[in-house]
Design a protein around this ligand. Structure first.
Ligand code: SF4
Length: 268
């Protein structure tokens, strides 16, 4: 295990994007907080496992990204228990009965009751639960307007855009390049709708991770020496209903799910 003797040694391990996902204003502030043992090095989701293993124990007690997500869910559940869910249901146009607010995640029912207990038709992991609870707590209820924009154009998108490409679009594209049934599965498993897109993609699919938060996945097949490409677009009202970290988390979870599905089908 490597020894850390000053904050700059930690800073050099970080990607310098100042994306704030660790809840610190800058990577440097994060490095200082880690050095002072006020923060765990695991709070930066962009460190390689190997780096965490090498330096994690040298500066603080281990804590995994999954544990952070579990803590976030518990905090959000508590906030939900202090919220008027029938008001939230009216604001979001969601169902409310028997003290439970129900929305649909990818077309499947997800409910939370007035005590913050979650129930769902399908297995809901932290990548889905955190954004869904944030949506219930803070979503404005604004309806999508059909104006599609990139992640970079969303409020708070620019500093996270490189990570979004790296952790969301690229993995999905890798799967799409080799796994031809990807889009068929998107339609079937996630209740997607195929559309003819205005941006000339070969395949365009609209999915509803949340009722007022649609995404459009567009894929361009390789052609005449051109590389294949994949992009995810968002309705321009998305950031009225979901904060940028929740949008990122949802997309990252979505890409991870598809990697798993592809692996099950034998795609490397
Ligand atoms: S999450 Fe990582 S990359 Fe982002 S600001 Fe914090 S330390 Fe820097």
């Amino acid at each position: 295990m490597s020894h850390i003797s000053n904050p700059m040694e930690i800073y050099k391990l970080l990607n310098g994007s100042n994306c704030k996902e660790c809840n610190e204003k800058t990577c440097l502030a994060f490095a200082v907080a880690v050095f002072k043992e006020k923060k765990s090095i695991h709070a930066c989701p962009y460190l390689e496992k190997e780096v965490i293993e090498r330096y994690g124990g040298a500066i603080e007690k281990p804590n995994t990204v999954d544990e952070y997500k579990a803590e976030a869910i518990e905090e959000l559940k508590q906030k939900v228990s202090l919220t008027d869910l029938s008001d939230a249901a009216k604001r979001l146009g969601a169902g409310f009965s028997n003290n439970k607010l129900t929305i649909k995640i990818f077309g499947k029912e997800f409910s939370v009751d007035t005590r913050g207990n979650i129930s769902s038709e399908v297995h809901i992991n932290a990548y889905m639960a955190v954004p869904a609870l944030n949506y219930i707590l803070n979503g404005s209820g604004k309806s999508p307007n059909g104006n599609w924009i990139t992640f970079r154009e969303l409020t708070g998108g620019p500093p996270r855009f490189a990570h979004f490409q790296q952790r969301c679009e690229k993995p999905l594209k890798r799967v799409a390049d080799t796994y031809t049934d990807l889009f068929k599965d998107m339609l079937e498993i996630f209740d997607g709708k195929r559309i003819v897109s205005h941006i000339d993609s070969d395949i365009s699919i609209i999915l509803y991770p949340l009722p007022l938060f649609p995404i459009m996945v567009c894929y361009w097949k390789p052609e005449d020496g051109l590389e294949p490409d994949l992009h995810i677009y968002f309705d321009s009202t998305s950031d009225d209903n979901l904060d940028i970290e929740s949008i990122y988390t949802f997309c990252e979870g979505f890409a991870l799910m598809f990697e798993k599905i592809a692996l099950r089908h034998g795609v490397q």
